[in-house]
Ligand binder design. Structure first.
Ligand code: ZN
Length: 508
C-alpha cells in the first residue's frame, strides 16, 4: 500500500487542480459579466445576463461538489505530506466544498428567487417609503437564511448567526464580536458627543462646480500614486462604486463623479483602489487554486479603509496631493492642507450609513448587527423592525429617521438576504487601524514619505504582511502575525482620539 499511496495522492491532486482551475475560471467569467452589468451593459441585456450568471453559478457549484472532487479531496487529505501550501489549499478547499455541498439545490434556488424578489420589492418600498410592502419578502428571506444556517450547521463555539457570518468572515463568532462592539460603543459615544459639540469646520471651498473630466484625471493620478498597476487593471464609472479581481493580472475598479461633490470621486477611488491593490498583489503563483484570494471580507475591507481613511484622510496625504488637486482646480489655490484636512474630516450625527464619517460609521454597523442578530435569534419580528431601528438609532447615533426610506429601508443588504455581512465593515475599520499602527512602527519615516507622495514603502509593507499571504491563513491570524495583536478596537480608539483630538485642539 505504501508504494501506491503517493500515486493515488498524485491522481487526487490532478483531479483537484483541474477542478480548482475550472472554478477560478468560471468565477472570473461570472465577475466579468457582473462588472459589465454595472458599467456598459445596455438595459435590455438584463434578462439574458441573469440567465448567463445563473448558468455559470450552477456549473460552478456542480464542479466544486462533484463526487469525484469529494473523493479526491478525501484521498489528498489522507495522504497529506505536511507541505504548508498544500495543507493550506486542502483546508481552504475543504471549507469551500463542504459549505457548497451542505446546501440542498432547491434551497439555493429558493434563496436566489427570494433575493431577486426582495431587491425588486425593496426598490419600490424604498421609493414609496412603505416598509409594510417589503416586510413579507424580508420575512421569507430571514426564514430561508435560518434554514441555510441550519443546513451549514452551527460552527464550534457558535450559534446560528455564526453559520452565516462564517461565509464572510471564517472563524469569527458573535461571542467575539459582542464584547468588542460593546466596548467600541462605550468610548465612541462620548467622543462623538465632544466632536459634534464643537463648531463645524469650514468647507465652503468645496462648493461650486468641479469639472468631471478634471476629476476623472485626478482619480487616475491617485490610482497610479498608490501603486494600482494600470497594466493589471482599469477604472471605469458606475452608479455604485465597486471592485472585482478576476485575477491578479486583471482587476476592475469603478468610481462615480458628481460635479458638485468633488470629494465623492476622490474617496470612492481611494477606497476601491485599496481593494484593487490587494487583488493585484495576491500570490499569483496560486492563481489557479484557492489560495489566490483574501481570507475574509473584513480583511479585504481593512485595505479599502486603510487607503481611504488612514492614508487618504490624513494630513501628510493632503500636504502631498492638495497642490496636485489645486493645479486642476484653481478654486482650491490658497486653501491650506490643514484647512482641507479639516474639511474632509467633518464628523456629524447622520441617518445614512454610506454618507457617514469614519467616527460615526461603526455605530451604524452596530445598529444593523444587533437587529439582524435579534431577527436570526427569533427575538425580533420583522414587523417590529422599523420601531426597533428608530429607537436604537436614537440611542446610538442621536438621530431618529422621520421616514423608513432614510432608516430601515436605506441599505440593499437585507433585501438581498445578506445577514451576517454588516460586521465585516467594522472589522475592516478595526483591522485597518491595527495594521496602520504597525506599519508606522515598522517603516521609518512612513508619514514623511507619504507627505512626499511616496506611497511605495507602505504598499510594500502591506504586500509582504497581508497581500502575499493570500488565503494561507485566517484574517485574524494574518493581522496578528503582522502586528502582534489580533482583533481589538484599541488601535482604532487610539487613532480616533489622536487624530480628532488634534483637530479639535483638545484631548478626547
Ligand atoms: Zn469596500
Amino acid at each position: 500500500m505504501s508504494e501506491t499511496a503517493p500515486t493515488h495522492a498524485g491522481d487526487a491532486w490532478e483531479v483537484l487542480d483541474r477542478a480548482m482551475a475550472d472554478v477560478r475560471a468560471l468565477s472570473g467569467a461570472s465577475w466579468l459579466l457582473q462588472w459589465d452589468q454595472e458599467t456598459y451593459m445596455p438595459p435590455r441585456g438584463a434578462a439574458a445576463r441573469g440567465d448567463q450568471l445563473a448558468a455559470i453559478q450552477g456549473t460552478l457549484h456542480e464542479r466544486l461538489t462533484a463526487p469525484a472532487v469529494a473523493e479526491a479531496l478525501a484521498r489528498a487529505e489522507a495522504a497529506a505530506d505536511g507541505d504548508p501550501d498544500r495543507s493550506a489549499i486542502l483546508r481552504a478547499l475543504r471549507f469551500d466544498h463542504d459549505r457548497a455541498a451542505r446546501l440542498p439545490g432547491d434551497l439555493v434556488r429558493a434563496i436566489a428567487q427570494a433575493q431577486t424578489d426582495g431587491v425588486e420589492t425593496w426598490k419600490e418600498a424604498r421609493a414609496g417609503n412603505d416598509f409594510r410592502r417589503f416586510a413579507p419578502k424580508l420575512e421569507r428571506l430571514v426564514a430561508l437564511r435560518r434554514e441555510q444556517a441550519d443546513a451549514y450547521g452551527v460552527p464550534p463555539g457558535g450559534e446560528r448567526y455564526d453559520a452565516l457570518l462564517e461565509g464572510y468572515e471564517p472563524g469569527m463568532r458573535v461571542a467575539r464580536l459582542e464584547p468588542i462592539f460593546a466596548r467600541l460603543v462605550s468610548w465612541l459615544a462620548p467622543v462623538v458627543e465632544r466632536i459634534t459639540a464643537a463648531p463645524r469646520p469650514d468647507a465652503s471651498f468645496l462648493e461650486g462646480r468641479f469639472d468631471a473630466e478634471a476629476q476623472w484625471a485626478f482619480t487616475l493620478e491617485l490610482l497610479e500614486a498608490i501603486g494600482f498597476d494600470g497594466r493589471s487593471g482599469r477604472q471605469d464609472r458606475s452608479v455604485h462604486p465597486f471592485s472585482l479581481g478576476l485575477d491578479p493580472g486583471d482587476v476592475r475598479v469603478t468610481t462615480r463623479i458628481f460635479e458638485r461633490q468633488p470629494l465623492s470621486a476622490i474617496f470612492s477611488t481611494l477606497h476601491e483602489a485599496g481593494h484593487g491593490v490587494y487583488e493585484q498583489n495576491l500570490p499569483a503563483e496560486h492563481r489557479r487554486n484557492v489560495l489566490c484570494a483574501a481570507p475574509s471580507m473584513g480583511l479585504h475591507e481593512s485595505q479599502s479603509r486603510l487607503w481611504e481613511n488612514l492614508v487618504g484622510r490624513s494630513l501628510p496625504f493632503w500636504r502631498a496631493f492638495l497642490p496636485r488637486l489645486a493645479h486642476r482646480f484653481p478654486a482650491l489655490e490658497g486653501v491650506s492642507p490643514e484647512r482641507f484636512h479639516r474639511a474632509v474630516n467633518r464628523v456629524e450625527r447622520s441617518l445614512v450609513r454610506v454618507d457617514s464619517d469614519e467616527v460615526t460609521y461603526n455605530l451604524h454597523i452596530v445598529l444593523r448587527f444587533e437587529l439582524e442578530l435579534a431577527m436570526l435569534r427569533g427575538k425580533l419580528a420583522v414587523a417590529g423592525l422599523p420601531d426597533a431601528w428608530n429607537d436604537r438609532s436614537q440611542e446610538l447615533l442621536g438621530v431618529r429617521p422621520a421616514r423608513d426610506a432614510e432608516g430601515v429601508l436605506q441599505d440593499i443588504h437585507w433585501a438581498q438576504g445578506e445577514l451576517g455581512y454588516f460586521p465585516t465593515y467594522t472589522l475592516g475599520n478595526l483591522y485597518s487601524a491595527t495594521l496602520f499602527a504597525a506599519a508606522r512602527r515598522d517603516v521609518d519615516g512612513l508619514e514623511e514619505a507619504i507627505a512626499r507622495r511616496e506611497l511605495a514603502p507602505l504598499l510594500n509593507w502591506l504586500r509582504q504582511k497581508v497581500y502575499r499571504v493570500g488565503r494561507r491563513k485566517d484574517a485574524e491570524e494574518i493581522v496578528r502575525d503582522a502586528t502582534g495583536t489580533g482583533l481589538t478596537d484599541r488601535d482604532f480608539e487610539a487613532y480616533v482620539k489622536e487624530k480628532y483630538g488634534a483637530l479639535a485642539g483638545a484631548a478626547l
